[in-house]
Design a binder for this molecule. Structure first.
Ligand code: NAP
Length: 275
């Protein structure tokens, strides 16, 4: 049997690093810590080595389409595909940041929604039968959803929303912020929240598509919240350690062979959450 492989984006620090650490201990196969910066990524691999853990490194900047395509080609060539993909890379402006909201909206959606979508576009076709895909979203995706207009909420919750419609809505949000019309258009004042609403909804759309197009492959794809975790993003007051934040993403990544659920869900503390 060929060697299995797990790939984690944004693995050089924070929750991503803790996910790689947990997979090194629990996943039966090669574990790739990927990072946009080669130096930071290799340093993180070295740090795991000093704990006695073996992770492999591959450069992967999700905002750089060539980097995404090159990485997908590498895993296809070396492993025949990918068994576990954890889309963890993400960004958030600090609350005190005075960058104009429209810029925050464009930059945040670029990474958290559009670049993560690029990852899924290029990696889903190479996810092997029995594969697991985990998108690290946030409970804030749910809060932002609940603050959208009833019409937007209905679309994000509907079973018939397409990827194209969702992409159009995310583009519309960015455009509405530039004209300062986002509130009238039914959006909350939450760039990070809307980016994650998009990611959770995208996860549900892609899971439905996998069920339809690859019904016999047993692939499970879910979005999750890691909890409030002490990292550079969330600060030192958060209650969870990065290792604790890794628990739910790793649980979803290691759902046992033959499992049929959860799939296409938003999961927090290992429990499916209402959407
Ligand atoms: N911490 C929390 O409480 C919390 C709660 C809910 C959800 N989340 C989500 O959990 C995930 C990890 O967050 P964290 O708290 O661990 O944040 P973090 O400490 O800031 O780490 C973010 C990671 O993402 C990487 N990254 C950012 N942009 C990237 C890109 N274009 N390509 C590749 N990697 C990129 C960063 O790399 P660099 O070092 O190169 O910047 C870093 O490795 C995020 O998706 C976040 O939204 C976090």
């Amino acid at each position: 049997m060929s060697t299995k492989v797990a790939v984690v984006t944004g693995g050089n620090k924070g929750i991503g690093f803790a996910i790689v650490r947990a997979l090194c201990k629990q996943f039966k196969g090669d574990v790739y810590l990927t990072a946009r910066d080669v130096g930071r990524g290799q340093e993180a691999v070295g740090s795991l080595a000093s704990e006695g853990l073996k992770a492999f490194f591959h450069q992967l900047d999700i905002n750089d389409l060539n980097s995404v395509i090159n990485a997908a080609a590498f895993f296809k060539e070396k492993y025949g595909g990918v068994d576990v993909l954890i889309n963890n890379a993400g960004i958030a402006f600090k609350v005190a940041d005075t960058t104009p909201f429209a810029v925050q909206a464009e930059v945040t959606l670029k990474t958290n929604f559009f670049a993560t979508r690029d990852m899924l576009t290029h990696f889903l076709p190479i996810i092997k039968a029995g594969g697991r895909v985990v998108n690290v979203s946030s409970i804030v995706s749910s809060r932002a959803l609940n603050q959208c207009s009833p019409a937007l909420q209905q679309r994000f919750r509907s079973e018939d929303i397409t990827e194209e419609e969702l992409v159009g809505l995310m583009q519309q949000f960015v455009e509405d912020t530039k004209k300062d019309e986002h509130k009238q258009a039914g959006w909350p004042e939450m760039a990070y929240g809307v980016s994650k609403t998009g990611l959770t909804t995208l996860s549900m759309i892609l899971a439905r598509r996998l069920s339809k197009e690859r019904p016999n492959d047993g692939i499970l794809l879910n979005a999750c919240c890691p909890g409030w975790v002490r990292t550079d993003m969330a600060g030192s007051k958060a209650p969870k350690s990065p290792d604790e934040g890794a628990v739910t993403p790793v649980y979803l990544a290691l759902l046992p062979p033959g499992a049929t659920a959860p799939h296409g869900k938003f999961v927090s503390e290992k429990e499916v959450q209402p959407w």
